[in-house]
Design a protein around this ligand. Structure first.
Ligand code: CP
Ligand code: NVA
Length: 322
């Protein structure tokens, strides 16, 4: 019988107490998260009591399937529990100051996961809470997503160093996280967007400066074919993110030539995979033929959200015993 472990061996710990944005994670942090995720995935039963007695608060201002389910299942499958706090209305900070929310939650739970519109809201929570805060998506970054994505690519290709990922579509939160974490991991990232929808210059600059240390290349181009040339992975996301639904009609026209089709996939490496964070709008940013093709890794990405988020919970919530 496999012994039930209550603690993960202590290889080292993360350099951060919170996960607010991708820029905060070092290469060592990324390596550690992937190593723990790999162990959790290989032997989930060994961690069945690792978070016994630990509680997590999950604040969501926006809808979620994957992030919420993976955190809740992650906590309960390791002996802990999670409480969902619906903040779609009113939003965080509207009923009472964010610092008061932080100070109440820290009396009841061991960690906070938060999905907000304003990135500053998650930062403010972390500033005032003495317990770890994890960004579950803001308008600026989606770190949990891309940790799962690069873990998926690492499983597929064995090593990440030297790979090229092409991102085609809107220069949004997912694109920002891919740029920064890709650069840190030595993965070249080439982004193709319509004019006016580029990733923020500040984030591209940060990724470029990180890439100088890792040998990756960070590139923004107009032509999707140029972006995908030589790439091992082609990634896209919705054209209108949560909160931008009002502009969906206009965006459909602007982004029409940025759809990931079989023809565009053919411009990548012959072994290239297709990736999407989901939810997807088939027939808009990607055709059904591509998303349902054998190249598509979308459900592996979704599965790995669980393993990676379990690793984050272990590393951040286990009170120094990881
Ligand atoms: N990809 C992702 O974060 O999905 P949810 O919005 O469903 O959590
Ligand atoms: N860019 C998308 C990602 C959803 C997981 C959004 O913010 O809605």
């Amino acid at each position: 019988m496999t012994p039930v472990m209550t603690k993960v061996e202590k290889p080292s710990k993360l350099s951060v107490n919170d996960l607010i944005e991708d820029r905060d994670l070092s290469r060592g942090d990324l390596k550690l998260i992937f190593e723990v995720a790999q162990r959790v995935k290989a032997s989930p039963g060994s961690f069945a009591r690792a978070l016994e007695g630990r509680q997590l608060a999950m604040i969501f201002e926006k809808p979620s399937l994957r992030t919420r389910a993976a955190f809740e299942v992650g906590m309960t499958s390791m002996g802990g529990s999670a409480v969902y706090l619906d903040h779609t209305k009113p939003r965080l900070g509207e009923r009472e100051p964010i610092k008061d929310v932080a100070r109440c939650l820290e009396r009841w739970v061991h960690g906070i996961v938060a999905r907000t519109f304003a990135h500053s809201a998650v930062k403010e929570l972390a500033e005032h809470a003495s317990i770890p805060v994890i960004n579950a998506l803001t308008d600026l970054f989606h770190p949990c997503q891309v940790l799962g994505d690069f873990f998926t690519l690492r499983e597929k290709f064995g090593s990440l160093e030297g790979l090229k990922l092409a991102y085609v579509g809107d220069g949004n939160n997912v694109c920002h996280s891919l740029l920064v974490t890709g650069a840190r991991l030595g993965v070249s990232v080439s982004v193709s967007t319509p004019p006016g929808f580029e990733p923020k210059a500040e984030i591209v600059d940060a990724a470029t400066s990180i890439s100088r240390e890792t040998g990756a290349t960070i590139q923004t181009v107009r032509d999707p074919v140029k972006a995908v040339a030589g790439s091992s992975a082609v990634y896209t996301d919705v054209w209108a993110s949560m909160g931008q639904e009002y502009a969906a009609h206009l965006r459909k026209q602007v982004f029409a030539t940025y759809q990931v089709t079989e023809t565009l996939m053919a411009a990548a490496e012959p072994y290239a995979v297709f990736m999407h964070c989901l939810p997807a709008h088939r027939g808009q940013e990607v055709t059904s033929a591509v998303i349902d093709s054998p190249r598509s890794m979308i459900f592996d990405q979704a599965e790995n959200r669980l393993h990676v988020q379990k690793a984050l919970l272990l590393l951040l919530l286990q009170n120094g015993s990881v």
